[in-house]
Design a protein around this ligand. Structure first.
Ligand code: NI
Ligand code: MN
Length: 233
């Protein structure tokens, strides 16, 4: 699976299907047409261009209804549930955060915020969405054994690096990729320090990506997913 950070909380996962998570595109253009879009919550920096893309879109009921009204083929689900779309398994996890659909006028309730565990081609990726640290992240480890954890570290609107260090331990993924930092002044962070602090005290590896950068993630036995560059073969 090829995992690309498109800035902020936006990632693409390219394997047997192309998945786009939280399509708020801050840098350049989409690397590939997604088959499936996943939206963690309604805030504009996550919903992004989901309506314009109009692909199969996995989201919580309230956001799915909003998108469906705009003609998007939405796949509604809710916290704790799993669905399979085109062979890709989406599990919606809790997130400690708010959600608001910032449409015309004052906007409206967007359901609650969520995260996803996405399992494709034998690899499990946890995208935490926007969230505070919560101890039930340990259940995400026990139930879904994520290989990779995409964790917000920017602070202010989500957990910061100190909380994310505990989150990384709770989730137990072998690779952590920080997200949701440096996009705006309010969420500026020293992610190199975050990486050093985790790697000094655990066997978890942290890969800091530049927007647009990709890594190849393999099953545990392949020895890939150590955060090193691969040629994409
Ligand atoms: Ni948010
Ligand atoms: Mn956000």
């Amino acid at each position: 699976m090829r995992l690309t950070w498109l800035g902020h909380a936006c990632f693409s996962l390219v394997g047997s299907r192309t998945i786009l998570i939280d399509p708020f595109i801050t840098e350049g253009s989409l690397p590939a047409e997604p088959d499936i879009v996943a939206v963690t919550h309604a805030h504009a920096d996550h919903l992004g261009i989901a309506a314009q893309l109009s692909k199969k879109t996995v989201a919580i009921n309230e956001v799915a209804k909003y998108l469906a009204a705009k003609g998007v083929p939405a796949e509604p689900m809710n916290i704790g549930g799993s669905i399979t779309v085109d062979g890709v398994r989406f599990t919606m996890t809790p997130a400690l955060h708010s959600s608001w659909l910032e449409d015309e006028g004052p906007g409206f309730y967007g359901g609650v915020a969520a995260g996803f565990v996405i399992a494709m081609d034998g690899i499990s990726v946890y995208h935490a969405g926007d969230t505070a640290l919560f101890s039930d992240m340990q259940l995400i480890r026990d139930l879904y054994r994520p290989d990779v954890a995409l964790l917000p570290v920017g602070g202010c609107f989500t957990m910061g690096p100190e909380e994310a260090m505990i989150a990384a331990r709770y989730i137990g993924a072998r690779l952590v990729i920080p997200m949701h930092y440096d996009t705006f002044p309010a969420i500026r962070q020293d992610v190199e320090n975050f990486k050093r602090a985790i790697e000094r005290t655990t066997s978890i590896r942290v890969r800091i990506l530049s927007p647009g950068e990709s890594i190849e993630v393999g099953p545990e036995s392949s020895g890939e997913c150590d955060g090193s560059e691969r040629d994409g073969s």
